[in-house]
Ligand binder design. Structure first.
Ligand code: SF4
Ligand code: SF4
Ligand code: SF4
Length: 594
């Protein structure tokens, strides 16, 4: 059979727990009594329905409440069901790239020895939770009647050392553990070296403040992330260069790496917890909140439940605000802001172990290379698209400016537009004018096409002759007698013009000389007519400022009109010829000689 998806499935055969830990996030839920008649049937039914719809549980574990409060024969049957599942689907699990794990339970260890034979029979992998140092276990992890569990736990820890199959212990760290970090370290050493319990498989978790425990017991408060890092560094200092160094590096803080559900973009796509009444939740944490309930196998069809997994987590994510720092974080792709449930319960806007995660990533840069700035933004947008659509609107604020991409098409380049238009070719031509200053000729080019130009220094003694191509009055014009040579002088002192409110060079004068007058005042030299413009320049000398550039343009009435007409007709031309396009020369005026 082809499976469309592999999932983690935790089965909670009972929510009841025989302990009453002070920091338990399940609250009164652990008081509910088991319903033995449903325990086996629910697991069978769920497995059959899941497999039937193409969902393959590749990791099947048992969780509480407390699994070991059930009678041994029920555990035996449950484990047999799980073993059958692995036997039947082990090959498919492997073909999907996963290993077939041993059957696994999470337990508080109180009844561990009671079920010893059943555990041995099914090679059960045991994950036991304790408080370290053990004096805090005495304080926080008492039974339902408030009695000490310490003696039994110590005995069971010793028994666990002799247990021949997989075993590990885990430990929740809150303020009291943080304040007793040296004792915590001693306790780890005691278990490993004195009792002989292999601590290379040990998990540290950090407690968090949840809605179920508004009246916090002193010592069970959650640590802030700076304190978590301090705790981590104390552990590091104690175990680096010891036989437990590798365990510290690879196992003890693994929960805060991308290997765990907390680092998923949406854990609801893969992680499911089934209760014996048929209700499906996200995980042990989530089973304390209806927001993390995906449905019930006795009331809802499997496809709905599976799709609720993804959509409920997405909905929960979208109800929360996000810390601005995450949007810029180079590790966002490993972290994905951590556990949705913890953020919702604690009211934080980012992962409650943010700093610790960053420390873990930075300590292992080969495994966790950071994102580049460009990729952070790209990843964050994808993340917000599913988890915080509100935030995405910040990324996509209305455009503040727009330039049509057509502008960059070669056919719309200014050079192409000029090339296609005979009048523009004439208007922009670089043999239309030249300037002869004190006997030296300068060919004049269009002010917007040239990349370099001459800057002259003139004074009252300078002789300035303007050479004008003789056919100029017929360009873009069929009424030559009405056409004139047009000179415009601008000065590099900025003024604000028009609706555009542009800062532009200040206009000093316009000078127009009609064709016939020009012809009378000029003399011919080859294909040019020369006009002495020295008197014109000198007569405006009072407007030339020391150290300020002046800018003299040359064109005709007809070419100027053609330019503005073209601007009206062609937006691509207009935008590229927004500044005066005519031939020009810049000059400074030397006043000393005047
Ligand atoms: S052992 Fe686990 S489920 Fe039981 S009270 Fe303690 S934390 Fe809660
Ligand atoms: S709610 Fe948190 S703990 Fe539960 S599956 Fe999602 S990420 Fe994991
Ligand atoms: S590591 Fe911290 S800042 Fe970075 S994404 Fe995670 S929670 Fe946000």
């Amino acid at each position: 059979m082809e499976f469309q998806k592999v999932i983690h499935l935790l089965y909670v055969p009972t929510k009841y727990c025989n302990m009453n830990c002070k920091y338990c996030y399940l609250g009164e839920m652990t008081e509910s009594k088991p319903e033995p008649d449903k325990i086996l049937g629910t697991l069978d039914t769920a497995l059959a329905q899941l497999l039937d719809h193409g969902y393959l549980p590749f990791n099947l574990s048992f969780h509480g409440g407390e699994v070991t409060t059930l009678p041994s024969h029920i555990l035996d049957s449950l484990f047999a069901t799980a073993a059958r599942h692995y036997a039947m689907y082990g090959e498919q699990i492997k073909s999907q790239g996963f290993q077939v794990n041993p059957l696994h339970i999470k337990t508080n260890l109180l009844n561990f020895q009671k079920h010893w034979d059943i555990f041995i029979k099914h090679h059960i992998s045991i994950s036991g939770s304790v408080d370290l140092p053990l004096r805090l276990h005495e304080q926080f992890r008492r039974d339902k009647k408030g009695l000490s569990t310490l003696k039994r736990i110590q005995d069971n820890l010793k028994a666990l050392t002799a247990y021949p199959y997989n075993k590990k212990i885990s430990c929740v760290v809150t303020r009291a553990h943080f304040e007793a970090v040296d004792e915590f370290i001693d306790a780890v050493k005691y278990l490993h070296y004195d009792i002989g319990l292999d601590m290379s498989r040990f998990n540290i978790m950090f407690g968090f403040d949840s809605a179920k425990q508004r009246n916090k017991i002193a010592g069970t408060e959650m640590l802030n992330d700076a304190e978590q890092v301090k705790f981590y560094r104390a552990i590091k200092k104690a175990f680096i260069r010891t036989p437990l160094e590798n365990a510290f590096k690879t196992e003890w803080f693994k929960e805060f790496t991308p290997d765990f559900c907390c680092s998923s973009v949406n854990c609801g796509g893969k992680f499911f917890l089934l209760q014996s009444n048929g209700s499906v939740f996200s995980c042990p944490r989530g089973q304390s909140s209806e927001d993390y309930c995906y449905g019930n196998i006795y009331k809802d069809d499997i496809e709905t439940i599976i799709s609720n997994g993804w959509s409920n987590i997405e909905r929960n994510e979208n109800c929360m605000a996000i810390d601005d720092e995450c949007e810029r974080c180079e590790y966002i792709h490993y972290c994905n802001l951590g556990c949705t449930f913890v953020r919702q319960e604690s009211g934080l806007k980012k992962s409650y172990t943010c700093l610790l995660q960053k420390e873990l990533y930075r300590n292992n840069p080969n495994r966790y290379p950071p994102l580049t700035v460009e990729n952070i933004s790209r990843y964050a947008q994808q993340f917000f698209l599913s988890n915080n659509i509100q935030r995405l609107q910040d990324f996509h604020v209305e455009k503040q400016h727009f330039v049509t991409p057509e502008l960059s098409l070669e056919s719309n380049w200014l050079s192409e537009i000029i090339h296609r238009d005979a009048n523009l070719r004439a208007l922009y031509s670089d043999d239309l004018f030249f300037l002869r200053v004190n006997g030296v000729n300068y060919r004049l080019h269009s002010a917007i096409l040239k990349n370099a130009g001459h800057i002259e220094v003139l004074d009252a003694e300078s002789e300035v002759l303007l050479g004008v191509r003789k056919d100029i009055f017929g360009l873009a014009c069929n009424d030559e007698v009405n056409n004139y040579l047009h000179l415009m002088l601008l000065r590099d002192t900025a003024v604000v013009y028009g609706d555009e409110q542009r800062f532009k060079q200040e206009h000093i004068f316009d000078y127009s000389l009609y064709k016939n007058a020009f012809m009378a005042a000029s003399w011919v030299e080859g294909k040019y007519a020369l006009l002495d413009i020295t008197p014109l320049l000198v007569s405006h000398a009072q407007f030339y400022l020391d150290g300020v550039k002046n800018n003299l343009f040359f064109t005709t009435k007809a070419l100027r009109k053609y330019h503005y007409g073209k601007q009206k007709k062609n937006a691509f031309y207009h935008i590229q010829a927004i500044n005066l396009p005519f031939q020009n020369i810049d000059f400074f005026w030397e006043r000393r000689k005047y």
